[in-house]
Design a protein around this ligand. Structure first.
Ligand SMILES: [Zn+2]
Length: 231
């Protein structure tokens, strides 16, 4: 069946792509540019990953979403929340606060609906592949299994070919996603999971910390050094 990967160039979507390719084909990779701080880094990472897997890659510009997003993920005059490793599981405290500070209005709902437009032109049984994960679903409800199920019901009404979302990573924590990525030899050197867009990853934003913790939990010290330096 035809497949579209929503590819940000980060850990989760890259491993979701590799997992889906184990048994299926993927015909197109979509990356969304909504003026996020890391947009150029993410686009470059996604392009490299798509090339690695020989999948056509398209960037979808969303200037209106940039205009309507006032959080630190897009608004460069706001400081990004910096966390400690111990904050990541503080779901009612720092993790929830960080999620609010980087929220983008209806982001995943919008991305999936845009991708469904492409999928509706791909024929019967087209699927949208996402890098949802159980760890971030705790603070980002648009990463959850419930959200995915609700969107799939919507698509039975809004698409003629019954587009559906699949996410092989959705039941996994970041630790388990890294484990699968190592097993499938994903090109970790190409991924960009940082909220910032500097020469090197910042190592301090929530996304960096979750990746670093997951790599360390898998004993991938070499990758930590390669991606984060000696921080
Ligand atoms: Zn970072």
């Amino acid at each position: 069946m035809p497949g579209i990967i929503l590819l940000s160039g980060g850990l989760d979507s890259t491993v979701a792509l590799a997992l889906h390719l184990e048994k299926n084909v993927v015909d197109l990779a979509l990356t969304f540019d909504y003026g996020q701080r890391a947009n150029q880094r993410e686009i470059s990472a996604a392009r490299s990953i798509a090339e690695h897997y020989h999948i056509p890659h398209k960037v979808v510009p969303l200037p209106f979403l940039q205009e309507q997003t006032f959080s630190a993920l897009v608004n460069r005059s706001e400081g990004l929340p910096l966390m400690e490793l111990s904050d990541l599981d503080d779901l009612d405290g720092q993790a929830q606060k960080s999620a609010r500070q980087v929220w983008v209005p209806n982001r995943n709902g919008l991305f999936l609906n845009i991708a469904a437009v492409y999928a509706e032109n791909m024929g019967d049984g087209a699927v949208l592949i996402t890098g949802f994960n159980s760890e971030e679903a705790a603070t980002f409800p648009d990463n959850s299994l419930e959200f995915m199920a609700a969107m799939n019901i919507c698509f039975t009404f809004s698409t003629q070919n019954q587009v559906t979302i699949v996410s092989e990573t959705s039941i996994y924590s970041k630790k388990e996603i890294v484990r699968e990525g190592l097993r499938l030899h994903v090109p970790f050197e190409h991924i960009w999971s940082c909220y910032e867009s500097e020469e090197r990853v910042c190592g301090q934003c929530e996304s960096c910390l979750r990746l670093k913790r997951a790599l360390l939990a898998n004993g991938a010290q070499g990758l930590v050094t390669q991606l984060f330096g000696f921080q």
